[in-house]
Design a protein around this ligand. Structure first.
Ligand SMILES: C[S@@+](CC[C@H](N)C(=O)[O-])C[C@H]1O[C@@H](n2cnc3c(N)ncnc32)[C@H](O)[C@@H]1O
Length: 383
């Protein structure tokens, strides 16, 4: 991990551990580049992504020499995978699992993907015990994984070729603990953006430092991934986190765990079901008081836009004044104080809903905003 001097892990009341800025941060500043502890495929069918680096395979895929379901983009990726993500044990286990999936239809797709995670995690215990210990140190709440899933998945993995796990041992308790870590810490590496198609996940990854970011519905940082770029690099699956606007020293840095356009009720439901907490961030506190019919910030934004067009010039000045050093909007409009966030930091490309962050401040194009979903670049003064 690079740049870790910008962040420190702190205990945050009511949130467990979180990441706090150790110095004032500038808009666009890169605060974290984090490499995955492990990655696993999000596809139960043969995918168009390299089984090692998860890039889109543009030329003829190189099949694994032993199994029929893994493909690599280059012979270099194949040989890297042989000693890391696709060891002979992983290869045999995935083949076994896929055969089992096709002969038993009692596993849904989510459970099949969780089985891939377990193979990847148990493999990590063997190839890098220190990384496996880091995985075990991440947050995970056992009450979040169903006992029946644990039993089903554990018994399934138990039928894979045996593996010497040394100090860790293979047990139902360990399987349960791993599934609990995966549940709240996995980041999806997304498929390329296409406006007319829902964007799927190509792979999931667990990142040692990024796992400490807590959630806020109006985040002050967002993550970028550049899986398909950097063809000669092994760091294409790194997560890059950039600050959206000025952040003072001591402020917690939060990401949004999903696109910022989600409605209040959807956000609360998702956070409760998937992460086990009720969000009481500034935005939720405001939106909790809205009546059911006006539960959508996007509708509000539309209303705001109409009003704002009339006061355009004045607004431009106000807006800058209103966003203080904490990145908070002063309450110009009690009803919808966070309208500014949507106007300035949400991508307006159709069906994108990505978050915009300026390019890093040391880049020559620092007034350019980059979308973390579609990758679109726009001049901030055009917004
Ligand atoms: C990816 S972890 C973040 C780091 C975690 N707080 C820790 O101590 O390691 C996600 C978990 O953090 C907690 N969390 C994240 N954002 C929160 C928030 N806004 N309010 C309360 N808890 C939050 C929830 O328990 C959630 O399941």
């Amino acid at each position: 991990m690079e740049n870790n001097q910008l962040l420190k892990i702190s205990e945050i009341e009511g949130r467990g551990r979180g990441l706090v800025a150790t110095q004032p941060l500038k808009p666009g500043q890169i605060i974290l580049k984090d490499s995955p502890l492990l990655l696993y495929s999000a596809s139960v069918k043969n995918s168009t992504f390299c089984s090692n680096c998860f890039r889109v395979i543009l030329q003829s895929p190189i099949p694994c020499s032993w199994c029929t379901s893994s493909f690599f983009c280059t012979s270099n990726c194949q040989s890297i995978a042989l000693s890391s993500s696709h060891t002979p044990w992983v290869c045999q286990s995935l083949t076994h699992l896929r055969n089992t999936f096709s002969s038993h239809n009692n596993l849904n797709v989510d459970q099949q993907i969780q089985a891939f995670f377990l193979i990847s995690a148990y493999n990590l215990a063997v190839i890098s015990p220190s990384s496996f210990r880091v995985l075990l140190s991440l947050q995970g709440d056992l009450s979040f994984v169903s006992e029946s899933d644990v039993l089903l998945l554990h018994s399934l993995v138990a039928t894979c070729p045996s593996l010497n796990l040394g100090e860790f041992g293979f047990s139902k308790e360990l399987t349960a603990a791993l599934l609990a870590k995966d549940k709240v810490n996995a980041f999806g590496l997304m498929e390329p953006f296409e406006a007319d198609r829902e964007r799927g996940v190509r792979a999931y990854g667990i990142y040692p430092m990024a796992s400490f970011f807590n959630h806020d519905c109006l985040p002050n940082a967002c993550r970028f991934e550049y899986v398909d770029t950097d063809v000669n690099s092994r760091s294409n699956t790194d997560i890059v986190v950039r600050v959206i606007h000025d952040v003072p020293e001591g402020r917690e840095i939060c990401l949004s765990y999903f696109p910022v356009n989600f409605k209040y009720s959807e956000r609360q439901q998702r956070l409760k079901e998937d992460y086990g907490f009720t969000c009481n961030c500034d935005r939720c506190v405001v939106e909790a008081n809205w009546s059911d019919g006006e539960d959508d910030a996007m509708d509000k934004e539309g209303e705001e836009n109409e009003d704002e067009e009339e006061e355009d010039e004045e607004m431009e000045e106000d807006v800058d004044d209103e966003v203080n050093v904490n990145g908070k909007v002063e309450e110009r409009d009690q009803d919808f104080p966070h309208a500014y966030f949507f106007l300035r930091y949400m991508c307006n490309r159709e069906n994108c809903w990505g978050t915009l962050a300026p390019l890093p401040p040391d880049a020559s194009l620092s007034s350019v905003m980059e979308c973390n979903v579609c990758g679109n670049l726009s001049k901030s003064d055009e917004l």
